[in-house]
Design a protein around this ligand. Structure first.
Ligand code: SF4
Ligand code: SF4
Length: 103
C-alpha cells in the first residue's frame, strides 16, 4: 500500500524497500532516513519532487512526479523578469542543495 500526501506527489511503498539507503543519500531535503528494516519517510512534506530518490531506488519503492518543485523557480524567475541562473528556488532549504545555492 502506497502512502500518499496532499502536499506533493511523493509516494513510498515500504513493503518493497530492500533498505539500500540510496534514497537517504540522494535526497537533498532529508525526506528519508535509515530505518531498521526499511527506509523511513521522516519528512514527507519537505519533498520538492526533484525525482532523485525514485530514479535511484532499485526496486521502484518510490514514485514521484518530478519537476513540479523546480517549476516554482521558473515561475518566480519569469515573474521577476530574470533567467533561471539568477532565480531563487524558494524552497526554504537555505543550503542550496536543490538549486545550486539560490534558495
Ligand atoms: S523527490 Fe527529491 S526531494 Fe523528494 S524525497 Fe525524493 S530525493 Fe527527496
Ligand atoms: S532507495 Fe528504495 S530500496 Fe533503497 S532504501 Fe530507499 S526506498 Fe528502500
Amino acid at each position: 500500500m502506497f502512502d500518499s500526501y496532499i502536499e506533493n506527489t511523493l509516494q513510498y511503498n515500504p513493503e518493497k524497500c530492500i533498505n539500500c539507503l540510496r534514497c537517504t543519500q540522494v535526497c537533498p531535503h532529508g525526506v528519508f532516513a535509515e530505518g531498521k528494516d526499511h527506509a523511513e519517510l521522516v519528512k514527507p512534506t519537505a519533498c520538492m519532487e526533484c525525482g532523485a530518490c525514485a530514479l535511484n531506488c532499485p526496486v521502484q519503492a518510490i514514485e514521484v512526479e518530478s519537476g513540479v518543485g523546480c517549476a516554482w523557480a521558473m515561475i518566480g524567475a519569469a515573474l521577476r523578469g530574470k533567467d533561471m541562473d539568477s532565480a531563487e528556488c524558494g524552497c526554504g532549504d537555505g543550503a542550496g542543495n536543490c538549486c545550486g545555492g539560490k534558495c
